[in-house]
Design a binder for this molecule. Structure first.
Ligand code: ANZ
Length: 397
């Protein structure tokens, strides 16, 4: 890891002088004369009488920027308000491209969190939460497939936490996802989660759940060994009709009694559950994941290369050509139904929207970034282009 201190040393500045840079004003005094000398030695012709500092260190320029923003705001060309931003909890500020050690160009990714309610009475591992509504929250990019849920996946070796959210409900997810939620106003104190319980996935196997939209009255948590700890909430909802990963993993648990026994999964939790036809893809049919796994002879959930091919075959075509077969939006294209169903579930309190960095972002000080809601200047009412010229004067997109 290269720290800012190392970078300053590599510029030939000694430890005593590096300390002075803790005062941001010092940067403005130290570097401009050096840059001017360099430019002169390159032979660049500049009228230096016109040079000036473009931060609030220069009150004239500062009032010019303020005047401009006030005018633009009055004319409703820009807005000020909360916006999802890549953010460093350690530094307590947004992390822009030039502040990052890894993850240049990475932005926020939105997921729908499906609230899968733990059926009461709560199982032994959750008994201390009695009296609370407890939810496993699954991150999905496919809210329109929730009609076909047959179970919920957890990784037996991943650590999860139970924490309260503002509504008084208790959510279960990985610590990383909970931190992202805390910076998105889910918890009562911004940026803070109160851990009620630490749980290993294996302690949560065979838990009965009520999930939105599915035709199965009760579904169960089952083990999946390919769940990634650093993506979504670590809780994954299973739609074996349309997700090849889910079909392969469900088949594994249904076929392998030893696997069920290892995690205390009974036959009733698995054997009655069949993929449900919910989306028709022209040329593939209404159980696209089953068809694709058969066609590419996917052998198990670990058969990575064949699963990739099965997903390639179903996902793109499913999005552009798939037609929903069930529910009030039946007959609509997947593309259109996706947002409508997401909106319905959010309105009814069965789902919430959640964001996280689309890939890992670390700052130069080594901090793992989250997505946070922070006050920002915006251009236009819904435009994604933010004007963060103040105070660093860069145009960020
Ligand atoms: C339901 C569903 C139905 C999904 C469907 C996919 C297809 P990409 O596109 O690769 O980002 N998922 C979520 N968190 C996960 C984790 N930690 N480890 C492994 N898989 C995870 O994948 C997004 C999808 O990957 C999510 O949408 C979720 O499964 C799964 F027909 O939810 B999906």
């Amino acid at each position: 890891m290269t720290y800012q201190w190392d970078i300053m040393r590599s510029l030939g500045i000694n430890d005593h002088d590096i300390r002075k840079f803790t005062d941001p004003q010092h940067w403005l005094e130290y570097f401009p004369p050096l840059a001017k000398e360099d430019l002169k030695s390159l032979g660049v012709r500049v009228d230096w009488r016109r040079s000036f500092i473009t931060t609030d260190a220069n009150p004239y320029y500062d009032s010019f920027v303020r005047w401009q923003f006030t005018k633009l705001k009055e004319r409703k060309k820009i807005k000020f308000g909360k916006r999802h931003t890549i953010f460093s909890p350690l530094e307590g500020q947004p992390s822009m491209d030039h502040d990052r050690a890894t993850g240049e160009g990475v932005g926020p990714q939105e997921y729908t969190l499906i609230k899968m309610k733990v059926v009461e009475p709560l199982p032994k591992s959750l008994s201390s939460l009695a009296g609370h509504l407890v939810f496993l929250v699954a991150a999905t990019l496919r809210p329109e497939t929730m009609y076909g849920q047959t179970n919920c996946w957890l990784h037996p070796d991943i650590n999860y936490i139970a924490f309260p959210v503002k509504t008084g409900e208790v959510f279960i997810s990985t610590t990383r996802a909970a931190l992202n939620m805390a910076y998105q106003d889910f918890t009562s104190e911004y940026g803070k989660t109160q851990v009620l319980l630490h749980l290993k996935g294996e302690e949560l196997m065979g838990v009965a759940l009520k999930a939105p939209l599915t035709s199965y009255d009760v579904i169960y948590t089952l083990p999946m060994l390919t769940i990634k700890e650093d993506k979504g909430t670590g809780v994954v909802t299973s739609v074996p009709s349309d997700a090849p990963d889910d079909y392969a993993a469900l088949r594994d648990v249904q076929k392998k009694k030893a696997l069920r026994d290892k995690f205390g999964i009974t036959n009733e939790m698995v054997l009655p559950y069949k993929p449900v036809p919910i989306i028709d893809i022209p040329g593939i049919g209404n159980l696209s994941a089953v068809t694709a796994c058969d066609q590419f002879k996917v052998s198990s959930q670990n058969d990575k290369s064949q699963l990739e091919k099965a997903k390639e075959m179903t996902y793109l075509k499913g999005f552009y050509e798939g037609v929903l077969l069930v529910g009030p939006h039946s007959g609509k294209k997947v593309q259109e139904a996706k947002k409508l169903i997401q909106g319905d579930m959010v309105a009814s309190g069965e789902a919430v929207l959640y964001q996280e960095p689309e890939r890992s972002v670390t700052t130069r000080s080594g901090d793992q970034c989250v997505v946070a809601l922070t006050n920002q200047w915006w251009v236009g009412p819904s435009s994604l282009r933010a004007l963060t010229c103040y105070p660093c004067q860069h145009l960020h997109t």
